[in-house]
Design a protein around this ligand. Sequence first.
Ligand code: PLP
Length: 470
Amino acid sequence: MVAIVRENKEMALVACDEPPGTNRRPEVAQSATPRAAVWADVPDGDWNSWRWQLSHRLNSLEELSTIIHLTPDEITGIAAKDRFRLDITPYFASLIDPDDPNCPIRRQVIPTARELDGFDSMMADSLAEDAHSPVPGLVHRYPDRVLMLVTTQCASYCRYCTRARIVGDPGAQFARTDYDHQIDYIASHPEIRDVLLSGGDPLVLPQKLLEHILQRLRAIEHLEIIRIGSRVPVFMPQRIDESLVNMLRQFHPLWMNIHFNHAKEITPEVSRALAMLADAGIPLGAQTVLLAGINDCPNVMKDLVHKLVKNRVRPYYLYQCDLVEGAGHFRTPISKGIEIMEALRGHTSGYAIPTYVVDAPGGGGKIPVGPQYLISQTPGKAVLRNYEGFITTYTEPDTYTKHDPTTCPSCQKHASAERGQQGVAGLLQGNAMTIEPAGFHETHLRGRPEDGDVIGVNAIGFVHKHAEHH
Ligand SMILES: *Cc1c(COP(=O)(O)O)cnc(C)c1O
């Protein structure tokens, strides 16, 4: 509580019952998430223990039917052989509306028969992560950063899991030697300045093991930042305790991205966990998957991003649902994501707006998509529209002294970086004239033997060494 007190004609802010700086903190003690009736008699000490939550996860038809009224569709999904692993913490299960089959919490974790349906372009590894792994569990897709998979286990399992091919199998765990190989690879590649721990969920690893991995990563001099991707703060906020947070804060700069899909996931327990992480100086981001029937609505998304920002979590990515087995019924048209972005930009705080991306099937990485704001252009003038439909012109400068890369220290420093991955930025810098599809050159030779005079082909035709007119 804050009271404004007049004292010696000066205004002073006085926090009545709490130390300064804590008075705006989301409160948890007074209002905890109501538990489902079956757990009413569980002692608080057990309920608030992450170990108890992990060891009492629900995974059978019998257990689930004690907390929700299962539909025939759900019963088929749960009973199906070879379905993706099912496990839900009692805490997260308590957020499910037992009577609403469309409950957004329920749809994320309870299988349905539709999970068994195939669809066009369905793939086991739609992001081609395995093809981009120099060593098991390490994905080196971008020039300067790697994804390091450290476990196959999670606190609960999302039905649309993009890594269902490796996640959830209790028999398929990473071994010490896998970590050794991953860390050796990072240590021997000085271009890697950012490592992203994922899985599975890194925060279900034994704390000592996670600490050991973080220590070894921090010992690599060229590694600038470490990130953790997790859903533990949502599935099992009890895991975020003093001991974990004090361990993590030793490894700054350490960032964390947390997977959130719906405002209902942000309970008082989760707010407390987020406050602890943020207070430990860990910048928090949110990753959200656009899911049919769960958050495919601009207003549902607005509620989520507003609640995230209130909890000091910056919406980072909104993902188009991957072309992954089991997730077909969660997919939306891409236009749904664009509609959501249109409803956010300008309408609400920039801090609350994620980047909408399609993670390219086949391993192209994240491709940002969104509404168009640049309407037209002529030399010297650009026509732009804003979120209200107001159309304006920006007059470009008549004279512009071009940047000189030969005298720019940053250009010198980065000149030889991103070998083979400069892409379109490389075309702009004049490092190449074209980017060609596989077999382009051969196709355009049309069976003709290689001509020594020809140095290449482009979209227009053959490029000859000597003259333009042949
Ligand atoms: C998402 C991702 C990253 C990180 O990408 P950012 O845009 O830097 O957050 C790195 N590696 C892989 C394989 C990824 O999928």
